[in-house]
Design a protein around this ligand. Structure first.
Ligand SMILES: NC(=O)c1ccc[n+]([C@@H]2O[C@H](COP(=O)([O-])OP(=O)(O)OC[C@H]3O[C@@H](n4cnc5c(N)ncnc54)[C@H](OP(=O)(O)O)[C@@H]3O)[C@@H](O)[C@H]2O)c1
Length: 282
């Protein structure tokens, strides 16, 4: 099982303890970009947190910043056997945990919650001081995007989160499911006039609750809508050096956008053939 520093609370996995021997920054080129691989040096969580810090908002104008964190194989698969764990690695999970440690809220599609057996994000000692200084709760809330509210409200995600789990849904959501969710302790947030969530309204609704550092972990059907709506500010994409063939989903699905959205490379880390990129909207 992973060591204490590995994010192992939400996505059960059996990777060994994260090691970052020789992880180096390829872009932007700095003194952390040596020509040869340096020695066995593991980046601290503080270093990772600095590398993935949210932009500092302009004074008096805090605006939400939505980043997505996804992993893809070389041939574009976003999962294998219905899970992302087989295409991930301990280092990827360490960055996954760091991104959670920086976020106010984690937005996730209901199918990912069902398939990956999502649990609440936990309050981690490694991020406690940083979160307190940033005025954040000890752990990010999980916000599930769902029209059906067809979720098992007896699971720990609803019964024992450190901060209440949010359900983002539409105004036409079934009242009995809304009542069941609220009875279980979830906070239901309406972010659409019909049965579904409108991405821009979801971002605004979360900002209205004081959540401006937004992280989404997919899945592809939900992320595709956020891309199409033009509300995604940043993509943290792990490229996994694997090929899977088959018909797995890509990281973003649904109808394609009329004009491809352009992003710029912000940062690129490499370790053991895995690429950990940050792309920002231009
Ligand atoms: N590679 C990666 O980084 C990564 C990340 C996450 C997930 N995954 C993989 O992706 C797969 C699941 O992804 P997915 O694309 O099938 O599903 P998903 O996007 O996680 O969830 C789809 C569900 O979200 C809800 N939803 C989506 N858009 C909505 C909207 N506008 N309004 C209201 N509800 C909305 C609906 O829930 P209801 O049915 O409840 O209405 C819908 O069925 C899993 O295999 C998982 O392992 C991979």
């Amino acid at each position: 099982m992973p060591g204490a520093e590995v994010e192992d609370d939400t996505v059960p996995h059996a990777n060994p303890r994260a090691r970052l021997p020789g992880m180096r920054r390829l872009f932007p080129v700095t003194d952390q970009t040596p020509a040869t691989t340096p020695g066995d040096r593991e980046w601290s969580l503080d270093e990772l947190a600095e590398a993935y810090a949210y932009p500092v908002p302009a004074p008096g104008e805090p605006r939400p910043w939505l980043r997505a964190n996804m992993v893809s194989t070389l041939d574009g698969a976003a999962q294998h056997d219905g899970r992302s764990q087989p295409i991930s690695t301990a280092t990827d999970m360490r960055i996954f945990g760091t991104l959670r440690g920086l976020a106010d809220v984690v937005v996730v599609g209901a199918e990912t919650v069902r398939q990956e057996g999502y649990r609440p994000a936990r309050a981690r000692a490694e991020f406690a001081a940083r979160r307190e200084a940033a005025g954040q709760a000890p752990a990010p809330a999980i916000a599930v995007v769902t029209a059906s509210l067809d979720l098992d409200f007896s699971l720990p995600l609803f019964t024992s989160p450190p901060v209440p789990t949010l359900l983002l849904t539409g105004a036409a959501a079934a009242p009995d499911r809304v009542a069941a969710a609220e009875k279980a302790g979830a906070t239901v947030v309406v972010a659409g006039d019909g049965p579904g969530v409108e991405p821009a309204r979801a971002v605004q609704a979360l900002a209205g609750l004081g959540h401006t550092r937004l992280l989404t972990e997919g899945g592809p059907r939900m992320l595709g809508q956020f891309v199409a709506a033009g509300v995604l500010d940043e993509l943290c994409l792990t490229v996994s050096p694997m090929l899977t063939a088959g018909d797995a989903q890509r990281i973003a699905g649904g109808p394609s956008v009329a004009v491809p959205r352009r992003f710029a490379l912000v940062s690129l880390l490499e370790e053991d053939g895995f690429l950990f990129s940050r792309y920002g909207r231009v």
